[in-house]
Design a protein around this ligand. Structure first.
Ligand SMILES: [Zn+2]
Length: 112
């Protein structure tokens, strides 16, 4: 690394960030590299491959992986609809269908 690299020219101002990235570099699977869409274990910071990963636990430490939330290098992404939202959607759909059924039932009774 050159003497002009930001981590050296800014000295102590970025100490926390530098320490954080040094620790991330030691996480399981980081040294081996990976694909563009890797995500990371919430517990051990280990690399988890995105495309062909089908398990429910970290391959490095065995921590459970929440299917709705993925931790990437600089952000966390919630990529699926939480179950509570699905329940609310189905409940609203059920109520709409019940009202529609009631209206159709009344129409049938009135028209006959
Ligand atoms: Zn892990």
């Amino acid at each position: 690394m050159s003497e002009h690299h930001w981590s050296k020219t800014r000295g102590e101002r970025n100490r926390d960030a530098i320490d954080y990235y040094r620790e991330r570099s030691k996480a399981p699977g980081v040294a081996e590299g990976g694909d563009a869409r890797n995500f990371y274990c919430m517990e051990c910071d280990g690399v988890i491959p995105w495309d062909d990963f089908e398990g429910h636990a970290c391959p490095h430490c065995g921590a459970a992986i929440d299917g709705n939330t993925r931790r990437y290098f600089n952000w966390v992404e919630i990529d699926r609809t939480p179950a509570s939202d699905r329940t609310a959607l189905f409940l609203a759909l059920g109520i709409a269908l019940a009202i529609l059924g009631g209206v159709v039932g009344i129409a049938v009774l009135v028209l006959n």
